[in-house]
Design a protein around this ligand. Sequence first.
Ligand code: GLV
Ligand code: MN
Length: 201
Amino acid sequence: ADPEPVQDFCVAAPMGNGSKASLAFPGLPCKPASTVVSDDFFFAGHARAASTDTPTGGGVTPGNVEAFPGLNTLGLSLNRVDLAPGGVNPLHTHPRAAELVHVEEGEMLVGFVSTDGTFYSKTVRAGESFVIPRGMMHFQYNVGAGAARAMTVFNSQLPGVVLAAQSLFAAEPEIPDAVLAKSFQVDAEIIKLLKSKFRKG
Ligand code: GLV
Ligand code: MN
């Protein structure tokens, strides 16, 4: 989904004191080629599991260009998804990439909903893969008895993630209760309850 590279590589320059460099087309600024070393093409961030001691029982370790600068301009990235038994990587979309879910351990129900409202899903086991078309709402759910682990591969260096619950109920500033209540056809009390779960502070 990303633009084609116009040179062998363009290892992203360090972004410095927490400020996100502009993500202007077609990626991040390159560091000087003379300073590029083998380690720029190496990423060890997926060697360990994320904590699954979370409200959803899941943890995702991103491996996008922000974590792995060598991916800049290469049009791909990958995450590691760890799920405790019963854990979920909750409903979300990626605006800029399709996602290939390759399960390495355990069993996950992986599913997405297409624009015509059809729910496609499959129980995916170690060694098997399922693909999520770009932009579709999706999840992974550990339906096995033990831990489950998947690598998720994207055709973008920065697929972006829109978490359904957070987008709707934790946006800053907040979406008016009346809009959410009408949108979901429920009482404002239910919206307040949902906001209380997702809004910080
Ligand atoms: C899984 O859906 C992921 O986005 O890593
Ligand atoms: Mn995803």
